[in-house]
Design a protein around this ligand. Structure first.
Ligand code: PLP
Length: 423
């Protein structure tokens, strides 16, 4: 069989271009990371060739003996990393993990109470454009308009009114610590199940830099590719008692054959997550986020909720004026992208603009921290972000700051290769 470069030079060329983009830029998308060579190797392995419907010891296909061992390793390691009783590592994605939990416990049009998408929640928590918004009756809580943080008393009042069958906590764009115990207590008060989606902060929960919902709330879902720094995928953790229901809901309820190359890579990721180096990494993610937040605030930019407790910062651009209007998330994302700093536009509390434009910017530190950058580099990057935003706010067509920063970004990025040993 011929190599990728020989057989499909178009795709090989795109992969090379993407490699260069990643090497030469600064990835500040809060949900992204840089996996290890070991994770990459497992993902690109022949484990992808195999069908293994079912679970270890109970498959619908022959020849699964090594897959059984790999999946058991992934499950056991995940349980050890999080102190969970049971783990299902088969969900293909975070969204599918969430859907499997809903499918396990909810009927058509049952009520879900979750954080609204515009105030930090995720599509799979009941957005009207998502299957969850069509199949279930969705009610949302948001953040307090003054503090821009979760107000648990207000959420409890809402829960008493709505009487949901399920309360979902966890977010995609919330920079503060989430009190998972408070959510479970509210759920208990109204007889609901509580699901915590820790897709973003899983690594921080595993290493003690955020309180963990495992063993605290009924069910926990996550992705494995954000702060956990594993392959792209999902997972669910629950009690032994809930395990048969959850497993049945994932397969055969939601999915067919598991992605065994990804499950092998999840096992590698969980092994990495048990190391002292990974714990140190997670601590550094938070230190980096705080350092960046401090400089952005000193530069006069507004941070939603005034700061950060985790891996991300949400900038509120409504006071950055540009031609009688405020600078949009879209304009900011585009300009920073041209400067080699990848971020994403994001809605903010009290958002007035469409999700394609927005008034905010989400900035995260997991990927640059994986490259070895520390507080000093974060301060520098925060300065560059402020410089670019101020320049385009003054003149939307200006390329002055963008070009200057681009040069400096390339110089900084070259000092922190993605894979030092092969750079
Ligand atoms: N849950 C949360 C809180 C997320 O932020 C995300 C993705 O960003 C997901 C679920 C969905 O993960 P996936 O993209 O793997 O479906």
């Amino acid at each position: 069989m011929s190599s990728l470069a020989n057989f499909d030079p178009e795709i090989a060329d795109l992969i090379e271009k993407e490699r260069l983009r990643q090497i030469n830029g600064l990835e500040l998308i809060a949900s992204e990371n840089v996996v290890s060579k070991a994770v990459l190797e497992a993902m690109g392995s022949i484990m992808t060739n195999k069908y293994a419907e079912g679970y270890p010891g109970k498959r619908y296909y022959g020849g699964c003996e090594f897959h059984d061992v790999a999946e058991n390793l992934a499950r056991d390691r995940m349980c050890r990393v999080f102190g969970a009783e049971h783990a299902n590592v088969q969900p293909h994605s975070g969204s599918q993990a969430n859907q499997a939990v809903y499918f396990a416990y909810l009927g058509y049009k049952d009520r879900i109470l979750s954080q609204s998408l515009t105030q930090g929640g995720h599509l799979s928590h009941g957005s009207p454009v998502n299957i969850t918004g069509r199949w279930y009756s969705i009610f949302h809580y948001g953040v307090d308009p003054e503090t821009e943080t979760l107000d648990y008393a207000a959420i409890e009042d809402l829960a008493r009114m709505v009487r949901p069958q399920m309360i979902v906590c966890g977010a995609s764009a919330y920079p503060r610590e989430i009190d998972f115990r408070a959510f479970q207590e509210i759920a208990d008060t109204v007889g609901a199940r509580c699901m915590a989606d820790i897709a973003h902060i899983a690594g921080l929960c595993a290493t003690g830099y955020h309180n963990s919902p495992v063993g605290v709330v009924d069910i926990v879902t996550t992705t494995t590719h954000k702060t956990l720094r594993g392959p792209r995928g999902g997972a669910i953790m629950c009690s032994k008692e809930d395990a048969p229901t959850i497993d049945k809901s994932v397969f055969p309820g939601m999915q067919g054959g598991p992605l065994m190359h990804i499950i092998a890579a999840k096992a590698v990721c969980f092994k990495e997550a048990m190391t002292p180096a990974y714990k140190e990494y997670c601590g550094q993610i938070v230190k980096n986020s705080r350092a960046m937040a401090r400089v952005l605030a000193e530069e006069g930019l507004d941070l939603v909720s005034g700061g950060t407790d985790n891996h991300l910062i949400l900038l509120d651009l409504t006071r950055v004026s540009a031609n009688h209007e405020h600078l949009t998330g879209l304009a900011a994302e585009t300009a920073l992208g041209e400067a080699g700093i990848t971020v994403n536009k994001n809605t903010i509390p009290r958002e007035q603009l469409s999700p394609f434009v927005t008034s905010g910017l989400r900035i995260g530190t997991p990927a640059v921290t994986s490259r070895g950058m520390k507080e000093k580099e974060m301060e520098q990057i925060a300065n560059w972000i402020a410089t670019v935003l101020k320049d385009i706010a003054r003149d939307r067509t200006s390329k002055k700051a963008i070009n200057e920063v681009r040069e400096e970004v390339i110089a900084l990025a070259s000092k922190y290769p993605l894979y030092p040993e092969v750079a």
